[in-house]
Design a protein around this ligand. Sequence first.
Ligand code: DX5
Ligand code: ZN
Length: 236
Amino acid sequence: MNLPATCMSRRSQLERLRATAPSVLPSMLLCDFGNLEREVRRLEEAGVPGFHLDVMDGHFVPNLTYGLPLVEAFRRLTPLPLDVHLMISNPADFVKSFHEAGSDVITIHAEAVERPREVLEQIRELGAGAGLAINPPTPLETVGDALDACDLVLVMSVMPGFGGQKFNPVALDKLRALRQRVDPAVVLEIDGGVNDATIGSCVEAGAELLVVGSAILGHPDYKERVASLRALASES
Ligand code: DX5
Ligand code: ZN
């Protein structure tokens, strides 16, 4: 059934994403923002199940990208789930606005807040899927008491801030540990350096959502890229 996003609860959009696992989600950092509608259509036609949007504030990470107006623009352009990755300081101050802008899943960084659990609960109360991202150097132990407030855990395989970085395999150990540790209802996602060479090991380690930036958007033929990555993910 293809209901518009407004007719579905935001959290059910996360279930919709998971139903396509292993799911290849394009990170839109490298898209042509001057032709956003065309980029969205090309990726929809390539069969992506949703969009991963990287919000950076130039403070939590050393790069600035985009914020609420772009999320709103994506919301107008597509009924597909919007997976919004907040690489910002003080995310608690902004989660309501990102929900109102049309985010289905809102992921905050464990390193950006003192008590991630409280912000995750705030996101759930809004009706969005609550995600917690963990940087490569952050041990799982530091987020233990927040894990049962998560609908999704995003394991970073690069330091956040830029696309096109080299995959750090420490993320694979974390995925395996998380799969043992968290409720099976929690969705596991990986982000950073996921490409043809690394996607198989991500799926084997338990990733269900695979965020891919440069290995799709850095190439002219999105359809071919999405199909190839999806085939490699499904073979694993
Ligand atoms: C990194 C972002 C990623 C990034 C992925 O800070 O969170 O989503 O754009 O890009 P690639 O796949 O090129 O590493
Ligand atoms: Zn991201």
